[in-house]
Design a binder for this molecule. Structure first.
Ligand code: CP
Length: 311
């Protein structure tokens, strides 16, 4: 059982809670492989997605996850909602809650916005990405993918490459994987490596080549052009040359090392097309697993108490 009303970050979750979600997601993945992807499990429950930042994968997969479990789902288009008239986050959340919503899934550019909302509504709140802080459901789907392919998260060597500073995906991966005893290596431009990041329990490497040597997983981050300040990033050509993932760099990892990317990709910058297409690339499967993991989260938050069969 999940201890908290809300799912806000992997930092505060226990390994048991994470395992519960990943085990439940394995059952959910079986449902999305069916011809008829629909079970009545969450009939009568409701979910609203409230995204203040763009999204394709996270918002769509939450909506499909809810629909596959028979919950009623709706999506607020923030730009054309009363947010545009100046309505505050708390008032927006209370309005959604007053309509009988069981779960609000929120993405916001401000770190801590989901936590503020969670303190002010009785509805359950799921963090779908808050600023540079956490993206817990991405972290969980990444861990699900690693566990599914590698069998166990303990002792995995995982290299996270790129713009660590602005990456909520990196933070959620680190907070989650560390709890299972994985070794986390990071590499990227020194301007995009946060100060004292070693205190999170990771090892910092000066080059991608050193970081990926002998690893089980290479997780490449998107260059977040929208969050960059001037001078932090070399030119895109230089970034691709020094930090972009290509076949030559992949060859330094274990032969069966997974290639992962949370999406959306800047092809030719952090990863080239050839590497995306390699047999060990699980980038498309991460998207599929995102639906299964979000089904598990909705199920567990809206009444599911254990990894019981979902019919
Ligand atoms: N990985 C991820 O969060 O993608 P979206 O921005 O498309 O949701």
């Amino acid at each position: 059982m999940l201890r908290n009303k809300d799912l806000l970050g992997l930092r505060e979750m226990t390994a048991d809670e994470i395992n519960l979600i990943l085990d439940t997601a394995a059952s959910m993945k079986e449902i999305i492989r069916r011809d008829i992807k629909k079970v009545p499990t969450l009939r009568g429950k409701s979910m609203v997605t409230l995204f203040y930042e763009p999204s394709t994968r996270t918002r769509t997969s939450f909506e499909l996850a809810g629909k596959y479990l028979s919950a009623d789902t709706t999506s607020i288009a923030v730009a054309t909602s009363s947010v545009a008239k100046g309505e505050s986050l708390i008032d927006t959340g209370r309005t959604i809650e007053a309509m009988g919503t069981d779960v609000i899934v929120i993405r916001h550019s401000a770190a801590g916005a989901p936590h503020l909302l969670a303190r002010n509504v009785k509805s359950r709140v799921v963090n779908a990405g808050d600023g540079m802080h956490e993206h817990p459901t991405q972290g969980l789907l990444d861990m699900f993918t690693m566990r599914e392919k590698k069998g166990d998260l303990a002792n995995l060597k995982v290299a996270i490459i790129g713009d660590i500073m602005h990456s909520r995906v990196a933070r959620s991966n680190i907070w989650g994987l560390i709890k299972f005893g994985a070794e986390i290596r990071i590499a990227g431009p020194s301007t995009l490596i946060p100060a004292e990041v070693e205190k999170m329990g990771v090892r910092v490497f000066n080059s991608v080549e050193e970081a990926v040597k002998g690893v089980d997983v290479i997780n490449v981050l998107r260059v977040q052009k929208e969050r960059q300040k001037k001078g932090l990033l070399p030119s895109m050509d230089e970034y691709a040359r020094l930090y972009g993932l290509n076949k030559k760099r992949v060859a330094l990892a274990k032969p069966d090392a997974l290639i992962m990317h949370p999406g959306p990709m800047n092809r030719g910058i952090e990863i080239d097309a050839e590497t995306y297409g390699m047999s060990q690339s699980v980038i498309d499967e991460q998207v599929t697993n995102g639906v299964a993991v979000r089904m598990a989260i909705l199920y567990l938050l809206m009444g599911g108490r254990s990894n019981e069969a979902v019919n």
